[in-house]
Design a binder for this molecule. Structure first.
Ligand code: AMP
Length: 251
């Protein structure tokens, strides 16, 4: 059953872009991370990417880091309990519940979605919208095989679509770029199989709650961005002034 919107939830009623609480769902390589970065900057909301949080935990080392690395490098999902605890701890640390946010790479399972909904309810909040980036396999393989990341500052590039100014070198910190272990083609195919197995129920979960909006993940980032803004507008999640300024944003 869909529960009524709690009183403390002001995002839809108040139409305020920097209070939006969004989820981006889609297979690896759907462009969620790139879009989430742009959207978070322009909406002025937090961007929480569980893949980034997990990779940070790996870099921090220890027994937990080693265990997480095994899951990530092989393309397997990290157990629900570990991911949920990591995300909720980090969100609570910075008082993140008071601002809008974009979740990227989370939830991956219905159990994660349920647990996150319970955490939101404890804060008397709820999600505003869940985007599903339906993306074709050739596009995914092309994006992931060309993805390069900076091991120091984590900035992400693509050898053709988002190249660094100097090939192989991070624009931000000058470090040599690397390919992620799990972006190799065999692992990408395994990640896609796992995504296929988990995603149908997850999409149904949000569909039943009236939160799901489908977009074409094959499109380029600017077209996707404009599509998302028009969906916010249609659903009265932003004011017309916010819509116009979001459409005019370039940085
Ligand atoms: P991503 O950067 O989103 O592609 O995630 C990289 C890897 O981190 C995934 O292949 C999983 O091993 C792990 N991971 C990220 N987010 C989750 C999640 N919500 N649940 C389980 N595992 C995750």
């Amino acid at each position: 059953m869909v529960s009524p919107k709690p009183e403390a939830d002001t995002a839809s009623a108040g139409a305020s872009a920097n209070r939006l609480r969004l989820v981006l769902l889609g297979p690896p390589g759907a462009g969620k991370g790139t879009l989430a970065e742009v959207l978070a900057r322009r909406l002025r909301v937090e961007h929480w990417a569980t893949g980034d949080l997990l990779r940070l935990a790996v870099r921090n080392g220890g027994v937990l880091g080693a265990e997480l690395k095994r899951y990530i490098d092989s393309g397997e999902l990290v157990p629900d309990e570990l991911v949920i605890r990591l995300l909720l701890d980090r969100m609570s640390d910075g008082g993140a519940w008071q601002t809008g946010f974009i979740l990227d790479g989370f939830p991956r399972t219905v159990e994660q979605a349920r647990q996150f909904d319970m955490a939101l309810q404890r804060q008397r909040l709820r999600l505003d919208l869940v985007f599903h980036f339906a993306t074709s396999t050739p596009v995914i393989i092309n994006r992931l095989s060309g993805r390069r990341v900076c091991p120091r500052c984590q900035k992400s590039y693509h050898v053709r679509n988002i190249p660094p100014k100097k090939p192989g070198v991070c624009d931000q910190c000058g470090e040599s770029l690397v390919q992620r272990e799990d972006d190799r083609e065999a692992t990408v195919r395994h990640r896609l199989e796992i995504y296929g197995a988990e995603s149908a129920l997850l999409l149904q979960y949000y569909q039943e709650r009236g939160l799901l909006a489908e977009v074409n993940g094959d499109w380029d980032i600017e077209l996707l961005y404009r599509t998302l803004i028009s969906i916010f507008d249609r659903r009265a999640l932003v004011t017309s002034a916010e819509r116009d300024s979001l459409l005019a944003a370039t940085s």
